[in-house]
Every structure is written in C-alpha cells, then in structure tokens.
Write a protein that binds this ligand. Structure first.
Ligand code: ADP
Length: 271
C-alpha cells in the first residue's frame, strides 16, 4: 500500500527463539514529517524578519555618523515593523499551542450573539479605516440568539475572518458580516468582494503557513496561521468552517454551529 511504513523487529522469547513482530508506523512517520515541516516553517518565518532587523541595525551602527536623521529614522521604523511581525507570529504560535494543549472542548459560557457581532462589525469598520463598506446583516430569527462556548475564542475566530476580509479586499469593496439560522443550527459568515481564491487552493487554506500569495499576506501583516487557529477554535465548538470563493470576485467564509451549541435562555449571560 502506498505510504505504508512497517517496522519489522526480531524479538527474543523463550529458549533462544525469536519472534518476528511487524508494526505499522505510517501514522508516526506522518506526524514526524509534519513536526519537521512545522519547525522548518517557523524557523524560516522568524529568520526572514530577523535578518532584515539585523541588517538595518548594522547599517545604523556602522553608519551612525554619516546617516541623515530622516534616513536613520526610516531604518528604525522598518526594523520596528519587522519586529512587530515576529511578535504577531509568536503570539499566533502561542495561541495555537494553547488551543492544542488545553482542554479538548471549549468552555460553555452563554454568549449573546447580537452584541458580539456588533463589536466585531465595529472593529472591522475601524480596521478598514473607511476604505470598505462594512455591514452587519442579521437574518433568520437570530433575535436573542445565544451561543454556548468560549467568548474569548469565538471573538478571536470571528475577528480573524473579518480582518482577513479587510486585508484581502481592495479599497471600496464590500464586507458583510452575517448571522443566520441554517437548518437547526446557525452560521456566522463573512462575505467580501475581494480578490477571491482559486478553487485549487481552497482545501489547503487552513494548513499552517499556507498562503495563496506569500507577499500579499506579509504586506498586510499576515502570519499564515489565522485560518489554522480559526479551524481549531471552531472544531472545539463542534462547528465547521465552510469556504466558498470565486477568483477575482470575492469570498465567503462561514462558521456553522450545530443546534446543540445554541441556547435560547439568556440567563447567566456573559459578553
Ligand atoms: P494570513 O495571515 O496569510 O492571512 P490565514 O491563515 O488567515 O493567513 O489565511 C491563509 C490564506 O488564505 C491567506 O494567505 C490568503 O491567501 C487566503 N485568504 C484568507 N482569507 C481570504 C479572503 N477573505 N480573501 C482572499 N484570500 C483569503
């Protein structure tokens, strides 16, 4: 079978006899490859900005007598931006690691959806700085909807999807944040009229460090870990991430929650 790795060992037993034991270690090998790739990716992602920071600092140290103050300030600012990039990456790595090592299921706070989405819409508008038309659409009987889960995690997942919409939608585009009932459950969706994604990339978007366009992701402050974090958070809430996109037209990312994650009771609500 392709991809099958067997570990075959001769194990002594009894009076000098040997038993042949074979073990399927394909899964272990796959994990080991994933671990190695991950470390290589993290090292690469950190090394690139660090090289830039060291380069600018060296120029400042070596040329401090000749550099114009404005030029020196430009180097400092660039070194600062790259340092921030490293900080975002480390924060995202810590978030992923905390999600992986934490309790398997998310906390069960009662989160009133309305105010949470209004906050996300407000943050999205601020982030977009008036460059996009941002709207919040609440449809399909969401009045008083309450989600069961971790407020902190869900806020971070929804904000992540909304900030991606801002980052991958050119100025003047539209971003819609939607909450609606779907079947017995409900979904939070972010629709944008942005650059869109070719179909061949869709299955890999939630892999760590997978980006369609590395340059664009970096330019807009991306770490390549956002959707991996979103997927993780959603699976802790028994929810699924659905991605639809048309290249050049826009995308729709939605988090679908099953009925069991919805409550109508607003008592003991926390937001
Ligand atoms: P990044 O930090 O690079 O944005 P993410 O994990 O959030 O990482 O997203 C992975 C990739 O998916 C991005 O690099 C980008 O290519 C693509 N992507 C995510 N959201 C959108 C969107 N709304 N429109 C177009 N492409 C997107």
């Amino acid at each position: 079978r392709p991809g099958l790795t067997l570990l075959v060992q001769a194990v002594p037993f009894g009076d000098g006899q040997k038993m042949i034991v074979s073990r399927d270690i394909s899964q272990l090998e796959k994990l080991e490859t994933m671990r190695r790739d991950f470390i290589a990716n993290v090292s690469h992602e950190l090394r690139t900005p660090l090289t830039v920071v060291i380069g600018f600092l060296e120029t400042l140290i070596d040329g401090h007598e000749d550099l114009e103050p404005a030029e020196a300030m430009r180097y400092l600012r660039l070194a600062f931006e790259q340092s921030c990039r490293m900080q975002f990456l480390i924060e995202d790595l810590l978030t992923l690691s905390a999600l992986e090592t934490g309790a398997p299921a998310a906390a069960e706070e009662k989160i009133v959806v309305g105010p949470l989405l209004a906050d996300i819409a407000c943050d999205t508008e601020l982030l977009s700085g008036g460059r996009h038309d941002v709207s919040l659409v609440v449809a399909g009987g969401s009045e008083g909807a309450v989600l069961l889960g971790s407020g902190k995690e869900l806020r971070s997942a929804f904000a992540n999807l909304a900030s991606n919409a801002v980052r991958y939608t050119p100025d003047g585009g539209q971003i819609r944040l939607i909450w609606q009932r779907v079947g017995g459950g409900a979904e939070f969706a972010v629709e944008d009229t942005g650059i869109g994604i070719e179909a061949r990339h869709l299955p890999r978007l939630t892999e760590r460090f997978y980006r369609v366009d590395r340059g664009r992701s970096r330019e807009t402050g991306g770490t390549g870990l956002g959707l991996a974090i979103v997927k993780h958070i959603l699976s802790r809430h028994d929810a699924q991430l659905h991605i639809e996109s048309e290249y050049g037209k826009g995308s729709r990312f939605s988090a679908r929650f099953p009925a069991a994650r919805l409550a109508r009771d607003r008592s003991a609500v926390r937001n």
